[in-house]
Design a protein around this ligand. Structure first.
Ligand code: ACO
Length: 428
């Protein structure tokens, strides 16, 4: 709390409002008492100027393209860390010692299996169901299978459900894929790393040994790091809002998955690759740039623009570099990468994109890598959900552990009819 305050003038009244200071980033005007003192609400649909909570997890400076997890820059984490280590960092606040990391990894690994009956649950879905639809259903159903960890007032239950969610998500996502291609489910192999295990459960078959390509494992682990958390985005805010009512963590994460699926959010990685495929060759780019600029055309460049970043998304920089690494390791190429690079270049030199500060975001290049690894586009957002689960869980834990936590309950500007009398049917 600082001594600074803002002064709000309403007619001839002056209302002092406290200003709160974080460790970095913009100060915040504390309006919690505004309604009591003035009888007025603030209006901010889309939360463009509203801090919905206090958090010590992730910091974004959108103007300068900075993303920090617990203070550590994303580029350093992507280069030097592992997804398990970043998960520990997000959940616990500090980087682990070697022993702490071993213990954490062992704990997560112990929880990778799913209740056997969940396999029958999958069989209720159509084979062509979208993996995100299946993820919403299966993750929501976890609370019916693991009710021994749903008492949110018990820190042990919260810890165990968090570990279960992080550990089971690769199994759930891989099973969604296996179901769609009609292959048998593979049980986890706990001798493998988190990411290698996921690759094997997705691409392996029971009849053959599956060798994990180390470069692919490293690239996918890095993609998981890049998606691990991102402050109070739409799906994280959804998880917090669902959790604020005391809902169990499995239900809250299912709500987050539902929100993430939208094309304006995590669904953009699938949409971005589909768009690149539609554009095809660089000679067709200008047509799509023109469409994106046309106010009468709903088309947008997918994987471009961000609510917070008004500069290059630092995750997109790492992602772009990773494309080449994966191509080199797998000795493949994809002409769509050239199209994507060219599209980026043209957009970044176009006045429309310059004025609106629209840059590639994390979703622009990720699809090219995931496609080279062998994932179908429908799995892209499921992979995002898998990785973001750690951020959702960490944010949910932070909220529930806050003694001042309240149910989230926004107000509204009402513009409907005022009170009127009911008119019987025969008189209407
Ligand atoms: N292509 C063309 N124009 C765009 C784009 C785009 N991708 N993104 C924004 N604009 C334009 C808008 O038309 C608007 O123009 P206007 O001021 O003339 O009306 C202006 O830029 C601001 O855009 P808003 O939609 O108001 O910005 P907002 O912060 O609400 O939206 C969003 C951000 C949803 C990410 C938007 O940029 C978008 O739709 N991008 C494409 C989808 C995408 O890539 N989403 C992934 C985001 S990252 C993530 O969730 C992991």
């Amino acid at each position: 709390m600082s001594d600074k305050q803002a002064m709000l003038t309403i007619g001839d009244r002056e209302l002092p409002l406290p200003i709160l200071e974080g460790t970095t980033g913009p100060d915040v005007v504390d309006i919690r008492k505004l309604y009591n003192q003035s009888g007025m609400f603030t209006y901010d649909p889309g939360y463009t100027s509203t801090a919905s909570c206090e958090s010590a997890l992730t910091y974004i400076d959108g103007e300068n393209g900075v993303l920090l997890h617990r203070g550590y820059p994303i580029r350093q984490l992507a280069e030097h860390s592992s997804f398990m280590e970043v998960s520990y960092l997000l959940l616990n606040g500090e980087l682990p010692s070697a022993d702490e990391l071993d213990e954490f990894t062992r704990t997560i690994t112990r929880h990778t299996m799913l209740h056997e009956q969940l396999a029958t649950f999958y069989r209720g879905f159509r084979r062509d169901g979208h993996p995100m639809a299946i993820m919403c259903g299966v993750v929501g159903a976890l609370s019916a299978f693991y009710h021994d960890s749903t008492d949110i007032s018990d820190p042990d239950h919260r810890r165990i459900s968090s570990h279960r969610l992080i550990a089971k998500m690769p199994t759930i996502a891989a099973m969604a894929y296996k179901y769609s291609v009609g292959q048998p489910f593979l049980y986890p192999d706990n001798s493998l790393s988190y990411t290698a295990n996921f690759l094997r459960m997705t691409f392996g078959v029971p009849s053959e040994a599956y060798e994990v390509h180390p470069a692919v494992e490293r690239a996918l682990d890095r993609i998981f790091i890049l998606h691990a958390d991102h402050e109070q985005n739409a799906s994280t805010s959804t998880v917090r809002l669902a959790g604020s009512s005391g809902a169990n963590p499995f239900a809250c994460i299912a709500a987050g998955i539902a929100c993430l699926w939208g094309p304006a959010h995590g669904g953009a990685n699938e949409a971005a690759l589909n768009m690149l495929r539609e554009i095809g060759t660089p000679d067709r780019i200008q047509h799509y740039i023109d469409r994106a600029k046309d106010k009468n055309d709903p088309f947008r460049l997918m994987g471009f623009g961000h609510r917070v970043y008004k500069n290059y998304d630092p995750r997109a920089i790492v992602m772009q570099k990773t494309v080449r690494e994966v191509f080199d390791a797998l000795k493949v190429d994809d002409p769509l990468f050239e199209t994507a690079l060219r599209l980026e270049e043209i957009a970044l030199h176009d006045d429309y994109f310059i004025e609106k500060k629209l840059f590639p975001n994390v979703d622009f290049y990720s699809g090219i890598i995931l496609s080279a690894i062998g994932f179908p586009t429908t799995m892209f957002t499921a992979l995002f959900a898998l990785a973001r689960t750690v951020g959702w869980v960490a944010q949910w834990n932070e909220m529930i552990s806050d003694p001042g936590q309240k149910i989230g309950r926004p107000r509204q500007l009402y513009t409907g009819p005022t009170q009127r009398d009911y008119v019987p049917l025969d008189q209407r």
